[in-house]
Write a protein that binds this ligand. Structure first.
Ligand code: ATP
Length: 231
């Protein structure tokens, strides 16, 4: 497969509940971890793949810390959590700049783990942008979604970005106010966690020589200080 390692140990038969959490992770922070823990609790995830993107289509103008640094920090953050797996699925492939699309990443995981129940995790801010994503209608059909609440976003606004013909005709029988039933998939709103931390804040604090203690996992803080990142 392109772009990195095979995903996980069990390649045949055993079905798992798996989530993909993509992002620039520049750097990974405690907000990402809080979302992951809440998602793991609520959806009983067996595996949660953190997928740092080498070049996200929507952040092409921003200058990013080098991929190996962002991947290293993700790996350090995963070290304390047995179900968390750092993924090279969107790692740069040689010298040629390559844009990765989420639909392709999800399809690859599907192919490799056809029996897994697959979720895609993203923040509410990102979900509102989803109509601008490559093949987003196919993406909405391809797996279930876990949408993390972010300050300032109204959860009911999320429904508006879903094309009406994708919505299930009859509402979900569970009457779960935090679930939007689509014809093929579901969008779950994870309202149990709200974190104000962002990577932007971490980078800004570093530029201003302010402490980032408690905003990133301790090992990640050590790495950022040791490598003098974001100065
Ligand atoms: P930046 O500040 O550089 O834009 P970010 O903090 O949003 O970065 P990303 O790596 O872009 O971090 O985020 C990956 C995913 O995690 C996105 O879907 C984003 O919406 C979500 N996310 C980031 N921070 C939080 C948070 N505090 N709470 C919930 N979701 C978050």
């Amino acid at each position: 497969m392109t772009g990195g390692q095979s995903h996980g140990h069990r390649t045949h038969g055993a079905s798992r509940t798996t989530a993909l959490f993509g992002g620039t992770f520049d750097p990974i922070h405690c907000g990402h971890i809080a979302v992951s823990q809440a998602a793991q609790r609520r959806f009983h995830l067996d595996a949660l793949y953190f997928i740092p993107s080498s070049r996200p289509p929507h952040k092409s103008k921003q200058s990013l810390a080098a991929f190996p640094h962002r991947y290293a920090m993700v790996a350090l953050a995963c070290a304390d959590h047995p179900a968390y797996i750092p993924s090279l699925a969107e790692a740069p492939d040689g010298a040629a700049p390559h844009v990765f699309y989420s639909i392709d990443t999800v399809r690859r995981f599907r192919k490799e783990h056809p029996d897994d129940h697959l979720y895609f995790i993203l923040g509410a801010d990102q979900f509102l942008e989803i109509p601008t994503w490559h093949n987003y209608e196919q993406l909405l059909d391809s797996c279930d979604f876990i949408i993390a609440h972010r300050p300032g976003f109204r959860l009911d606004a999320l429904r508006l970005v879903i094309p009406p013909d994708k919505l299930a005709r009859t509402p979900s029988s569970s009457h779960d106010p935090n679930t939007i039933a689509l014809r093929k998939t579901k969008v779950h709103l994870l309202s149990t966690v709200t974190s104000h931390v962002s990577s932007t804040e971490i980078r800004q604090r570093r530029e201003k020589h302010q402490s980032i203690r408690g905003l990133v996992p301790a090992r990640v803080e050590e790495y950022i200080l040791g490598q003098a990142l974001y100065r």
